[in-house]
Each structure stands twice: as C-alpha cells, then as structure tokens.
Ligand binder design. Structure first.
Ligand SMILES: [Zn+2]
Length: 510
C-alpha cells in the first residue's frame, strides 16, 4: 500500500537521490540499443526533454476540482516513456525513466517492476538499467514478469530509474482476453511498459495473475508518454494528447495522464471518432467506420453513465474519456480514461449469443465506465480483493439502469446478477476472496453475481438514504487511495451506526 504521508512538504526537502548498489557484473539482456540519448541521470529533465515537476502538463487533463491534486501527490511515481511502434504493429521499442519516491515508512533495498507482456504471450526484454544514471543488475522472477532493481532508498528519498526495452506483441487474442495483442490492424498495448506494483505489508505485492481476472495492482502515478507509430493509424490513449506531429510515414504524439493507475494506448487502422461533451469532459467513441451506429450508442451510454456516477459518487476526474472497439475476447476492459469494448458487440449482426447486441453494449459500456470510479479513482487489490472493484461495479451498472430508466426497468439487469449466482446453485461462497480462490465458473457467479447482490442486501439493511451516503463517502474518502474490505465495512458501519459483522459474515468474509 502506498502510505501517503500527511506532510508533503517533507518530500520536497527529501528529493535527494537514493543510493544505488553498483553492478558487479554488466547488465544482462544488454542487447537493446537505446532509442534516445542517455539521459542526465538526476537532472530536472527526463529523456523526453520534459521536466519532472511540470504540473502544467497534467492540469489541463483534469477537471477543475482535481487540478489541485498534482501538488498534493508530489511523491507519486512519475513515468516518462517513449514507445516506438514499428510499421508491423507488432514490435515496439521503448525507453522509460521513472522518478520513484519511497513513500513507505521503512527503507527499501529494491524497487519492483512488473513486466506483464511476459505473461501475456508477448516478450519484453530490459536493457541499460540504471539507478540515478549508474548501471545496475536486476533480478527476475515470476516467469520474467517481475524485475527487482537493487538499491537503497530511505523513506522520503527519490531516485530516477532508467531502462530501455523491446516488446513483441502476440498476434492472437488468446491470453488474458487479448489485452495485449495485434489483431486485425488493431494494436492494443495494455500494460506494455515496466510498471511499479504496490508495496504493502507483504512487501512488493506481486504474483502471477490468474487468467480469469485483471492483472494490475498499482498506486496512482503520472505518465508522460511519447508514442511514434505509422501515420496511417489512429492513436487512442489514456489521458490528454499534448501534441501530434506527422513526418513522412510516421506520427509522433505526446500524451499526459495523471493521477492514474496505468496507461493504455491503441493504434488502429480504419477507425473514426464520434464525440460528446459532458460538463468539462469530452467523451470520444472510436470504432471501425462500419460500426458507426453502435459506436454512437456506446458514446451515449458512456456520457449518461458519467453524469449518473459523477453525481452519485464523485466527479469524473479527467477532461477526456475514450471508448474503443477492439478485438478483445472480454466484453470490455477498463483502463484509466479509456475503456476497450469488444467489437463483437458492435456488429455486424443484430444479436450475439442469441441476445440483441445493444443489450450487451449498453451494460458493458456502463460497467467499464463504472470502473473509472471503482478501480482507477478508488484503487483496490484487483487480485486479492476483486469484489471491491468488480462486485461494486456490477452494482453501479444496475444503478445506471435504475437512474436512467427507473428501477422497474432495471429489473432485467438485476435478474442477470441473480442468474449468474444461480450458475453455482446459489452456493454461499464468500464474495471477498482472491481471484485465485475461485474456479472459472465460481469467479463469475460469485464476484460478478452474488457480490453485486450483497450491495442490495446492504441497502435493504441500512436503508436507501444511508446507503447512498455511504457509497458517496466511500468513494470520496478513497480518491487516489487504496480501499480494503475492512475499510469499506468500517465506513458502512459508521454511516449506519450499526454492526454489519453478521451481514459481512454471511456474504463477504470466509
Ligand atoms: Zn469489470
């Protein structure tokens, strides 16, 4: 867990370098040529030629009530990343520099990075790893998806970690729903750079994620990402596009995002965009031209969801939300400021598995938009406590239907939750377990079905008014923080002035 100190000014004083452990052997995998000149290690400017502390790059991407957050998250990690996407839309070269600050209460002797492409059917190799400009040798684990960088860093100290990397992307969507894939002229680059996981009481919180769930558990951070790609593609990314220049066959765009828990970019050919303004936020719906009509439905659904969730829970933090049709094998996947929706529910037919595609499209877009609150704004351990984001997001998807069409007309969606649970014969399997504790059928039935029904049970027990107040408080008290089952329970008990232990025992905790 990122234990954010209350006294942020201390961090400014302590922006000293960490001490690195010199490499005793040359860095391995040193076959990758740097794509940019070697940076001034601890200077104020990164390899992108951009300053580490320029809040002005991030604030235009945030709605007004969030714009003060940059200074209050001064110790959050800042990623400066360059991605060069080859014309084949398969191979990527990258350079990353991260300013990491130790926000824990103890000294650390390593910083961990997850290399998720090595679990996703792709291949990521790291070279020229440095800590404050000095070469270091990392250790690898978890099937090369965990890289540990040795260093010594005291609480409050910062350092710059730099590395080059190469990435090759699978050309099918078989692993983890194809979150990282190049299929049908659409490159989806999820988790495509080395990313720092949460440090908590377990140490660096890292495991090999089950294929059925989400992969990441991260703190809120800042991202400046320069992407070069074939000029004929449309680049769709988390965050605000700062610039985009075309030179010959290549375009180079810079994106700024943060606070956020991940960065996602898609490069797609033959796409168009439709847009709608919701308050300070522009909602964009990207899809192949032939899916124009249903991309319009996705746009309208996301826009309505933003309004409903923004009013009920907390304002949506960014000035942009992108919806992208992709070849993913999941119905939809959430990323900060961007949601990917499978193109199978845009058409060409009118039904998918016997159900009108509009039904799937509307519920999926509302669900993934809900994750902007419960995954990104309010973080949680998606692997160990998946109910905190998935069960709650299923409930708020019902709330979308109820607020937009009336509770009576939301019964169909509520019935889908009941039906999911019925797939395991309404077994009272605890909702609050890790993804790995469920078998395939149980995970969907319990976390996406029974877990959502828990929130109806909670509402029935404490009453509508207290329940609504509780969910708003829960959201607003965890903005850019990490929520836990215990914290959710404590807050609900405070807001209802009641003991919820029996209810949690019946539904949530084993
Ligand atoms: Zn979800």
């Amino acid at each position: 867990m990122l234990k954010r100190p209350k006294a942020f000014l201390l961090l400014i004083v302590f922006l000293a370098s960490c001490r690195f452990l010199p490499a005793t052997t040359p860095p391995n995998l040193a076959t990758v040529k740097p794509i940019t000149p070697t940076p001034a290690a601890t200077g104020s400017v990164s390899h992108l030629g951009l300053p580490w502390d320029d809040a002005a790059l991030f604030t235009p991407g945030l709605v007004k009530n969030q714009q003060g957050q940059y200074s209050s998250l001064r110790g959050a990690s800042v990623y400066h990343i360059a991605l060069e996407i080859a014309p084949d839309l398969v191979n990527v070269k990258g350079r990353e520099e991260v300013r990491y600050t130790n926000l824990e209460t103890t000294a650390l002797d390593k910083v961990a990075f997850r290399l998720f492409p090595n679990l996703l059917g792709g291949k990521m190799e790291i070279a020229n790893l440095t800590v404050d400009g000095q070469p270091v040798t990392p250790e690898y684990g978890l099937a090369n998806s965990l890289m540990s960088v040795p260093l010594k860093i005291q609480p409050g100290e910062s350092c710059i970690l730099g590395m080059d990397f190469t990435l090759s992307v699978p050309t099918d969507a078989e692993r983890n729903f194809g979150v990282l894939a190049s299929v049908d002229n659409v490159l989806t680059l999820a988790h495509s750079y080395p990313i720092i996981p949460v440090y908590d009481e377990q140490g660096w919180n890292a495991e090999i994620p089950p294929q059925s769930g989400d992969l990441t558990y991260t703190d809120a951070a800042y991202f400046l990402v320069r992407v070069s790609a074939p000029a004929e593609t449309m680049l769709i990314a988390s965050g605000r596009q700062v610039s985009n220049e075309k030179t010959g066959q290549t375009q180079t765009a810079v994106f700024a995002l943060g606070p956020a828990r991940d960065f996602m970019v898609t490069a797609a050919k033959g796409y168009e965009v439709q847009s709608q303004q919701v308050g300070e936020t522009t909602v964009n719906s990207y899809a192949p031209v032939e899916f124009h009509k249903r991309a319009g439905l996705a746009l309208k659904t996301a826009a309505e969801s933003l309004g409903i969730f923004g009013k009920r829970y907390a304002p949506y933090p960014y000035t942009e939300l992108d919806i992208v049709a992709t070849p993913t094998l999941a119905f939809g996947i959430e990323y900060p400021g961007l949601i990917a929706i499978t193109n199978r529910i845009y058409g060409p037919g009118d039904t998918y598995i016997g159900t009108p595609v509009e039904v799937y499209l509307e519920s999926t877009v509302a669900h993934e938009t809900g994750h902007q609150w419960f995954y990104n704004l309010v973080g949680s351990d998606q692997l160990d406590q998946p109910w905190l984001d998935e069960s709650l997001t299923q409930f708020v998807t019902w709330q979308y239907f109820a607020d937009r069409y009336g509770e009576k007309n939301a019964e169909g969606f509520k019935q889908s939750l009941t039906d999911r649970w019925a797939r395991v014969q309404n077994a009272k399997i605890p909702v609050g377990q890790p993804v790995a504790a469920y078998d395939g059928a149980q995970y969907s039935a319990i976390v996406y079905g029974r877990g959502a029904l828990f929130f109806f049970a909670l509402r029935d027990q404490i009453g509508q008014e207290k329940f609504d107040t509780f969910l708003k408080n829960y959201t607003q008290q965890h903005i850019w923080e990490i929520a836990t089952t215990e914290g959710l329970k404590a807050l609900a008990e405070r807001d209802c002035s009641c003991d919820l232990s029996p209810l949690f025992k019946e539904w949530i905790t084993p």
